[in-house]
Design a protein. Structure first.
Length: 134
């Protein structure tokens, strides 16, 4: 958890969310989630929104999420089943622009990872894999 200067509280969660295959090995790809808790929570305690737009905090939020991601990667990238990580956003123009800027910062922070984007009708996924998919 962290709080911004604008008094917005965020939670960063990293979960094992997908499996990728490389040279007949199953590897784990982790999802990086960050949620604005200041907009309230549902009955299960989950943030109702991942909203960052309009808070004035996007630089601080992304910088902090990147620092948390770096610490996680440094701790786990040598695990035998570590395959990479990703984050995603809804396909709304303002959100895509913001997340693409975050992806550019992440590409510089993780130059050894293979970067790609994958989109469907609702979301775009920004993927950083340890190994290149073939």
């Amino acid at each position: 958890y962290f709080k911004t200067d604008e008094d917005q509280e965020y939670r960063v969660t990293i979960i094992s969310n997908s499996v990728l295959y490389y040279k007949s090995k199953s590897l784990v790809r982790y999802e990086i989630l960050f949620q604005n808790l200041s907009v309230g929570q549902d009955l299960a305690g989950r943030a109702k929104s991942m909203e960052i737009l309009g808070t004035g905090d996007s630089f601080k939020v992304f910088s902090t999420v990147l620092a948390v991601t770096k610490a996680f990667i440094q701790k786990h990238e040598k695990d035998k089943d570590f395959g990479g990580f990703y984050f995603e956003c809804q396909n709304k123009p303002s959100r895509l622009k913001l997340y693409k800027a975050f992806a550019e910062k992440a590409k510089k922070a993780f130059p050894k990872y293979y970067y790609r984007e994958s989109a469907d009708s609702a979301n775009t996924r920004f993927i950083f894999d340890k190994y290149e998919e073939r």
